[in-house]
Design a protein around this ligand. Structure first.
Ligand SMILES: C[S@@+](CC[C@H](N)C(=O)[O-])C[C@H]1O[C@@H](n2cnc3c(N)ncnc32)[C@H](O)[C@@H]1O
Length: 377
């Protein structure tokens, strides 16, 4: 099986820190002991972690949305260059084709830009690169069909040039360059923007394990007005939705839905009920939400999934946020919920998404990566 060669710790690293956390960038760079930090595009930073300890910080930081080692960079002005696509594709093939990445994916450094030039250039470059890579690098039909533990050639492109590196989607923390997959928050059926948040969480989950197959039964805590509920129902799941507030009237007679009006702290499932997954999007103190999840996790099947939105309203400073997350993780672990991952999703605001699994299931040990980047996540 192909293994990524050990990456020297002094290699530059491309990290993405969401704009919403702009103020923590100096702290994060300090933690990584990086002597330099160059901003690229919209939310990307080119850093040089001091050593493997600093690289582990990249893995651990809640504020780093996505990352990759930069094994090839071409700082240039692509727009002003003749033959950029051909030269770039030839170099990518020369440097990376023998590694047989499972996929070649090219994104843009400024996804917020309304100028479509670099998007088109990225698409042209990918088309040409794929002609030069061996058949093994031809893309599977879906980006999500990637093996999360195998190396992909990720490339980011912008007016600053081209940056490429081999990284597994799991270590990069996303299947796409930069980690974001677009989910519409505004379809005619949208009840709340939280629908896109749970869609993105289920997409992200595939980096670590498969979602429960429909018609799995979800217990949803803090469901009103029902954006997440409607997304789960649309995927063929059954949902027991608990909230002190009412659900949107459109959900009144939704097949597969049971609504329990009241406080999650007092909710008692009917005798004999077992849930396949719990979803908590309750606002209020994280300790209260977690207490409800832990109490109700005894109704979860072994290996059952928990998607927990960690709300950070009223928590100031990145150190305090990190302490809160560590405390939640430790308390969940002592209650039999092992954390699979934590991240900040595109549709999260001042909150994080934590994934847990109830011990005792087939998935309980996270799969090990087939790549061996020096950065364990
Ligand atoms: C951010 S909203 C949830 C949005 C929802 N997930 C959606 O998809 O539309 C938070 C919800 O948590 C509910 N909530 C907070 N604490 C609760 C508790 N202890 N018991 C029941 N509901 C609670 C609130 O009533 C509120 O509706």
């Amino acid at each position: 099986m192909w293994r990524m060669p050990d990456v020297p710790p002094t290699l530059p690293w491309l990290i993405r820190i969401p704009e919403i956390f702009g103020e923590v960038v100096p702290d994060v760079v300090r933690q990584l002991a990086s002597p330099c930090c160059t901003k690229l595009g919209h939310e990307y930073y080119l850093i040089r972690p001091a050593d493997s300890g600093a690289l582990r910080q990249v893995a651990a930081s809640m504020f780093i949305r996505w990352n990759m080692p930069v094994q090839h960079s071409w700082p240039c002005r692509p727009r002003a260059m003749d033959g950029f696509v051909e030269k770039a594709a030839q170099t990518m093939a020369r440097k990376f084709a023998s590694a047989q990445p499972q996929m070649v994916l090219i994104g843009v450094l400024d996804a917020s830009s309304t100028d479509t030039y670099y998007r088109k250039l990225a698409s042209n470059l990918r088309g040409r690169a794929l002609q030069l890579f061996p058949a093994a690098a031809l893309p599977p039909p879906e980006v999500e069909a990637q093996d999360p533990g195998a190396a992909t050639l990720f490339c980011l492109l912008g007016h600053e040039g081209l940056f490429c590196g081999l990284q597994s989607p799991r270590l990069a923390n996303g299947f796409y360059p930069g980690g974001t997959r677009f989910f519409s928050q505004n379809t005619p059926d949208t009840i709340s923007r939280a629908g896109a948040k749970v869609a993105e969480a289920l997409h992200y989950l595939c980096l670590h394990r498969s979602p429960p197959p429909p018609p799995a039964h979800w217990l949803e805590l803090g469901a009103s007005p029902g954006g997440m509920t409607s997304e789960l129902l649309a995927r063929g799941y059954r949902v027991t939705a608990v909230d002190r507030a009412a659900l949107h009237p459109r959900l009144a007679a939704a097949p597969g839905l049971t609504y329990a009006c009241g406080d999650a702290a007092a909710f008692r499932p009917p005798a004999g009920t077992r849930y396949d997954a719990i979803l908590s999007d309750m606002n209020g103190p994280a300790s209260d939400s977690l207490a409800a999840v832990l109490r109700l996790s005894k109704y979860l099947v072994p290996g059952g999934l928990v998607i927990f939105t960690l709300k950070t309203a009223g928590v100031s400073g990145n150190a305090e946020v990190e302490r809160l997350c560590a405390a939640v993780t430790a308390r969940a672990a002592s209650g039999g919920l092992q954390r699979l991952a934590q991240t900040h999703l595109t549709y999260n605001r001042h909150e994080f998404t934590l994934l847990f699994e109830k011990l005792g299931g087939a998935h309980s040990k996270p799969r090990s990566d087939t790549s061996s980047s020096s950065q364990p996540r």
